[in-house]
Design a protein around this ligand. Structure first.
Ligand code: FUL
Length: 460
């Protein structure tokens, strides 16, 4: 039996998991926080959002295609990975799939010898970015779509993507399910599709409205709920669920750890169009989205569509860098790091209050078993002007906190912010306040609270 070293040394038990808890790949996904989404394909050349599947593949010709430029741009923007539309609803495959006659092989790009997935997976490796794929089950081109045979075709299609391009961190399944060339809709064999992913990429998280790895946040605006549980009751939902609004908050009593991914485009559309070059979201809007997604226990999947030359346009790249700078200015330096911390209850050695400000994600303060409330106070030698805090629970043991308040002390205590859930990360902003002590008061929790980070910021 595995006995943690800390327990052998101190005799003090860590809290028991408060189920459900995330898998290792889900924990890595939470901590990765921010991923680029790339919609790219025939629509990039036609200006459509939903292609028809009848487009001439010859017109796919991104003459200056450069996956390294994409990866470099996204790396510099502070993103941790890229998810590419390997196949969108029009059925066009960005790799020379054997399951289709509507692919890069039939295009005029690189005389039919190009492979976007090959180039992009290599570029991701070079820039140490995670690589993910959007593979649409809806296919407006495939002649078998609408028949049981298509499920087999799609399983083989997935297998190609999952076995030829190295590690895949996320597989993105869209919920859209429309008619194919025969006018029929497909009844998707989800158990089959999931089994293919589990077999060939067991560490990939699977996205759909309903998971099973990560869920849609229920809107395409990039915002999680102010209350946002990583859990849902998985059995209530299917891809394409009409109950999608519930996904914005998740459920305190959900039996399944299926956290929220917030997808949103930097432009009005998902695909690049020159007409939208002037409609790129402002830095202020992107900052608001950041606080509303990553700052509310979500993962931000920001779509930055490559243009018809096969490059990330200068205007988008520029905005991404401004956005990065704005984040750094809003939260420049954690002023709580290494400060004196105390708590109103004590579990004992290994779980002290000081763990909240040691800068380590895997150490945490924990209250004793049975406690549903706890206070952790940070003390500063000199008065500090603070206008934001960032909190984190130790999510490997489950998401617990239901309600909390933040107080500042400068002669007297004053509540400056309040919230409900925390999860992987919760950022709260408030008007600048000078303080010598900063306190989080957890008012209610599903089980004894665990806090791994309590950070304090003064924006520049
Ligand atoms: C939707 C799709 O129908 C859109 O075209 C886009 O890919 C978006 C991210 O998901 O459901």
């Amino acid at each position: 039996m595995f006995v943690p070293l800390l327990l052998i040394m101190t005799g003090i038990n860590p809290p028991k998991p408060c189920n459900p808890v995330p898998s290792r790949p889900q924990i890595a996904w939470h901590r990765a926080e921010y991923t680029a989404f790339c919609h790219f394909g025939p629509n990039t050349f036609t200006g459509e959002e939903w292609g028809h599947g009848t487009e001439d593949p010859k017109m796919f010709n991104p003459v200056d295609f450069d996956a390294l430029q994409w990866a470099k741009t996204f790396k510099e923007a502070g993103m941790t990975g890229i998810i590419i539309t390997a196949k969108h609803h029009d059925g066009f495959c960005l790799w020379p799939s054997k399951q289709s006659k509507h692919t890069v092989r039939e295009s005029s790009w690189q005389r039919g010898e190009g492979d976007v997935l090959r180039e992009l997976s290599k570029a991701c490796k070079e820039f140490k970015l995670k690589f993910g794929v959007y593979v649409s089950p809806w296919d407006k081109n495939h002649p078998d779509y609408g028949t049981p045979k298509y499920n087999e075709v799609f399983a083989e299609t997935l297998k190609e993507v999952l076995t030829n391009y190295g590690p895949i961190h996320e597989v993105w399944f869209d919920g859209a399910n429309g008619e194919g060339p025969s006018g029929k809709k497909q009844v998707y064999d989800w158990p089959l599709f999931h089994s293919v992913v589990r077999k060939y990429q067991p560490n990939a998280v699977m996205f759909s409205d309903a998971g099973p790895g990560v869920r849609w946040v229920g809107n395409e605006d990039g915002y999680a709920g102010e209350t946002c549980w990583a859990m849902i009751q998985g059995k209530r939902y299917v891809p394409g669920t009409p109950l999608y609004k519930e996904l914005t908050e998740g459920s305190e009593n959900g039996e399944d750890w299926i956290p929220a991914e917030c997808d949103v485009s930097i432009r009005p559309g998902w695909f690049w169009k020159s007409s939208q070059d002037k409609e790129i979201k402002s830095v202020e809007k992107l900052m608001d989205i950041w606080y509303g997604s990553v700052g509310r226990n979500g993962h931000l999947l920001l779509n930055v569509p490559p243009n018809n030359k096969g490059l990330i346009s200068e205007v988008d790249a520029q905005r991404l860098m401004e956005f990065r700078k704005a984040r750094e200015q809003a939260m420049p330096k954690d002023l709580a790091r290494g400060k004196v911390a105390s708590s109103d209850s004590s579990r004992g050695v290994g779980f002290e209050a000081s763990r909240v400000c040691d800068g380590k994600a895997n150490t945490y303060f924990a209250a004793p078993d049975g406690y549903k409330q706890a206070e952790v106070t940070l003390s500063f030698e000199r008065a500090q002007k603070i206008n934001a805090v960032s909190l984190a629970e130790y999510i490997p043991l489950g998401q617990r906190v239901k309600r909390f308040e933040i107080d500042a002390f400068n002669g007297a205590w004053k509540t400056v912010a309040r919230g409900t859930t925390i999860g992987n990360k919760r950022i709260l902003r408030f008007p600048p306040v000078a303080l010598t002590r900063l306190r989080v008061r957890i008012l209610d929790s599903r089980a004894c609270p665990t806090i791994s980070a309590f950070e304090a910021y003064a924006s520049r």
